[in-house]
Design a protein around this ligand. Sequence first.
Ligand SMILES: C[S@@+](CC[C@H](N)C(=O)[O-])C[C@H]1O[C@@H](n2cnc3c(N)ncnc32)[C@H](O)[C@@H]1O
Length: 418
Amino acid sequence: MGHKNHDWGVGKTPPVIRSHSLAKHRVLRGYLERYISVLTANPRLDQFRLTLVDGFAGGGIYLDARSKEERSGSPLIMLEAMDQAAEAAKASRLKPFHLDVQYIFVEKDAETIDYLRSVISKSKHAPLLADRIQLLQGEFTAKVPEITAFVKQRGRAERAIFVLDQFGYIDVPLPTIRNILATVDKAEVFMTFAVDFLIDYLSENEATQQTLAKIGITLPSKTIGTAKESRDWRRSIQLALHEQIRSQTAAKFYTPFFIRSEDSHRDFWLVHLSGHFRARDVMVGLHWKENRSFAHYGGSGLQMLGYDPKYDSDLTRQRMLPEFHFDQTARASSHEELLRQLPERIFPSKDGITFQSLFSSLTNECPVTAEIMKDVLNDLAKDGTIRVQDKQKLIIRRAGIRHDSDIILPNPQRRLFT
Ligand SMILES: C[S@@+](CC[C@H](N)C(=O)[O-])C[C@H]1O[C@@H](n2cnc3c(N)ncnc32)[C@H](O)[C@@H]1O
């Protein structure tokens, strides 16, 4: 991998954008706008500090072959999304609001970074080149220490979003992500991962082991061999790769989704990794909005992401589950499954569990938003399966969850009947 399939050069026509990249860009833009809107929802907040890092920036502009219009690449999308988010935050306040963003765009190729500089300097964002945008030429991994040090010296909040849009699977080693998440308190990472290309490449040989070691993946030759003998070997390897990405990056919250590329008929994953449940909630909320281009393996309810290795031995069941699309059908079936499954998770916590802890402990297993989970808990509260109280346990909330700190308790009488 690592081939160059986009070509930017000053004076040249920008490369044509593919529809799977448009889908990925819609998610990135939507995520950034939602992220600011969720984290600045408190109208008393008068400033918000964030660092946006594009580790594989590209040239900033594409051509849409159908409409012949120019389309923004990820660095421009970041700039535009922040403008939009700042406008929205200002519109909801009476007093001034300052969105304090620093941008770091890393690009290996010298011609491409020149192109990007010229695109920005011709745009309305040109003034930001003076003190808000850093253009760094070189390999992303080599720039990580400099970038994390920069984010940390900006202040205590340490909010940073890293967009790591590699071509293949080798340029973002998992230990690099682990290092970012461990060093920067509120870092989040979006990574593309060409999963099908990696799966096609895997063999039981030494070269494969060397490549996997570079990425930071442990997948012994024997495991690859055994997986290849199984009828559904592709999915079996995918399960192992999900588990490896999650464990080798040590990310608390992990949201993997596949994007199918029409031209190569290969899937790649867009993986979101973070240490905070709110970030994960913003991400999952977007997938429900963006249900045309995104789909999800597995069924609805808990344990449906399908990356849990205990499902390795149960692949037949996985195959029978319908694909999960983020539509009305998915929402209804998620609701129904959770109505059945959540009481089992709540009943062992005799002293109760806060909504925030319950959601955090389950969110990696199921792609529902906090809002969907609250709807289910509200139904369980109304039918008396659970009780909901405020955090001081002074008020009983018959209608269900109002705050993330609310405590959910099993209803002991109900237990007798279930
Ligand atoms: C898929 S394109 C990026 C597209 C861009 N993220 C967008 O969505 O508009 C990948 C870019 O990363 C650059 N690149 C490849 N390897 C790199 C590395 N190790 N570090 C930084 N940039 C790299 C390539 O030159 C190419 O311009």
